[in-house]
Design a protein around this ligand. Structure first.
Ligand SMILES: O=C(O)CCC(=O)C(=O)O
Ligand SMILES: [Fe+2]
Length: 242
């Protein structure tokens, strides 16, 4: 954590490890923080997601109106999001409601944004936010996520460019991104997201098209697998303020 960015000590401690991390500015408002979350904290995040994932409102495989099932397992925190109804339905079809965003995650996300802002020396390019929604995705080695924009949050927050903060845990992923509505796999840029990386996209990059092309099997840190019940695959958490 950067000097001067101390949080009240009553907050539960999931703290990013900035000493070993490196920062890459991908675009205005889009920063990749490599090796940002310590293995211990990754394990804690996995354990929290595991505990909530097996309860009511936990992991499920979203279904499209066509009957097609999504290739992912997904769980929402804070607000129910569904590929068909977006944020409109408070309850899932099984009657469950999503758990709130776990309180351990909120200072982690806020600090991540502060560190990104400190790195680019601007809180205009990436505004601050406090997450009240999170989508948790679990990808197996064959899962993919097509190119899309995250644009279902409230228009006020989108207009202000409040960032999405994405955290990757487990197997690495090839993540695609691009800025035109014609963005496809051929003309998008590609970046590797590894366990412990945080990616922020806000400001001018808030509506970037993005998706997950490939999961690279057997790339999760061994010690993470030993410390947790994480199955082979990738867990991603994308935090937003609705
Ligand atoms: O898994 C990821 O890194 C991206 C997830 C994502 O784009 C989403 O949930 O909207
Ligand atoms: Fe997304």
């Amino acid at each position: 954590m950067q000097a001067g960015l101390q949080r009240p000590c009553s907050w539960p401690a999931i703290e990013p490890v900035t000493s070993h991390s490196t920062y890459e500015i991908l675009e205005s408002g889009m920063v990749l923080m490599k090796n940002y979350i310590s293995l211990m904290d990754q394990a804690e995040i996995v354990n929290i997601c595991h505990k909530l994932g097996v309860g009511p409102g936990g992991f499920c495989q979203p279904t499209y109106n066509s009957g097609h099932k999504s290739q992912l397992q997904r769980m929402c925190f804070g607000r129910n999001w569904d590929p068909e109804t977006r944020y409109k339905e408070r309850y899932r079809s099984d009657g469950s409601e999503p758990p709130p965003v776990p309180e351990e995650f909120i200072p982690l996300v806020e600090t991540t944004i502060q560190d990104a802002q400190a790195h680019i020396n601007s809180n205009v390019e990436i505004p601050s936010m406090s997450p009240d929604v999170c989508l948790v995705n679990f990808y197996t080695s064959t899962s993919r996520l097509g190119l899309h924009q995250d644009r279902d949050e409230s228009s006020n927050r989108l207009r202000r460019g409040l960032p999405v903060v994405s955290i990757s845990i487990g197997d690495s992923a090839e993540f695609l991104y691009g800025f035109t509505h014609t963005t496809d796999e051929c003309n998008s840029r590609k970046v590797l997201l590894e366990s412990g990386d945080a990616l922020i996209f806000g400001g001018k990059s808030r509506l970037v098209f993005h998706g997950v092309k490939t999961i690279l099997p057997n790339t999760a840190p061994l010690s993470l697998l030993q410390k947790t019940m994480l199955r082979p695959g990738r867990l991603s958490l994308t935090f937003r303020q609705f």
